[in-house]
Design a protein around this ligand. Structure first.
Ligand SMILES: [Zn+2]
Length: 277
């Protein structure tokens, strides 16, 4: 969603995961296809990509593009999440899911509407992310793309502006950048998107086989920190609130995790039998 212009979903590619899409078992169908949104998904993606290209180019100029220390971990976790992301909506099935890795402190983890993710190894090192925590972070970002939060927020913003003016996506970002009242009005929409991405992220990563309680250690660590001064616009809910909502979803996440493990065991058993016959 619109995490302010300089923080929008970002981009580019270093790791791509392709492959056939399997039919979704019912426990893996976790999301919905948003409807009645303005502009095309492509228009929103293109407008977002332009403003973040500079971030990657700056990292490249500084020799900070690409993974060094966490390549295997990132590849392993991302590859497990992508098939689940593709099962969620018809649009997500066809997104070019890719992950770009930087070693810059300019960014933590972000996603473009079109399924391209960005993460920094500085963030991984500082947060001490193991596989389950990283799965939650990546699945949260993927959920923003699946649920088209950027497009949803832009649609909401348009409804707050005079109706007799035609506006492109780029026009909307100009409004958001310079119209504080509009940006402030988007706060609850942006925060709702964060709660939604947390929830779908937790469930997606659980379906991919990551233990729910272990995933939550990422938010638990954030919730244990002092909150600090309130920003002018709070794009994200407080970590304590996010943790409380996530804990409400733990029973569901545990059932999905158990179903995923049972399906994996059944598949391994039948493969073993086939190999012996
Ligand atoms: Zn988010």
């Amino acid at each position: 969603m619109v995490e302010l212009r300089w923080q929008r979903w970002i981009l580019a590619c270093a790791m791509a995961v392709a492959g056939p899409v399997a039919a979704a078992p019912s426990w893996a169908e976790l999301a919905y296809q948003p409807v009645a949104l303005g502009w095309s998904a492509r228009e929103v993606d293109d407008a977002s990509a332009g403003s973040t290209r500079a971030l990657v180019e700056r990292a490249r100029a500084q020799g900070l593009e690409g993974c060094r220390r966490y390549c295997a971990q990132l590849q392993r976790v991302f590859a497990r999440l992508v098939p689940l992301a593709r099962l969620q909506t018809e649009r997500a099935r066809h997104l070019p899911w890719t992950l770009t890795v930087l070693r810059s402190a300019d960014v933590d983890a972000m996603a473009l509407p079109g399924g391209r993710l960005l993460i920094s190894e500085v963030f991984l090192r500082e947060q001490h992310l193991d596989d389950a925590m990283l799965a939650f972070v990546l699945a949260h970002e993927m959920s923003h793309s699946i649920l088209e939060h950027e497009r949803q927020t832009l649609q909401y913003a348009r409804q707050l502006l005079p109706r007799n003016v035609r506006r492109s996506v780029a026009d909307m970002y100009v409004e958001i950048d310079y119209n504080y009242t509009l940006l402030k009005s988007l706060e609850p929409v942006m925060q709702a998107g964060e709660f939604e991405a947390d929830e779908l992220g937790l469930l997606l990563a659980s379906a991919a086989g990551y233990a729910p309680a272990r995933q939550l250690r990422f938010i638990e660590a954030a919730a244990a920190q002092p909150e600090g001064a309130a920003p002018l616009v709070r794009t994200h809910p407080a970590a304590r609130e996010r943790l409380a909502r996530l804990r409400e979803r733990l029973p569901l996440a545990l059932r999905i995790f158990a179903a995923a493990r049972a399906a994996k065991t059944a598949s391994a058993t039948s493969a073993h039998r086939a190999a012996r016959s």
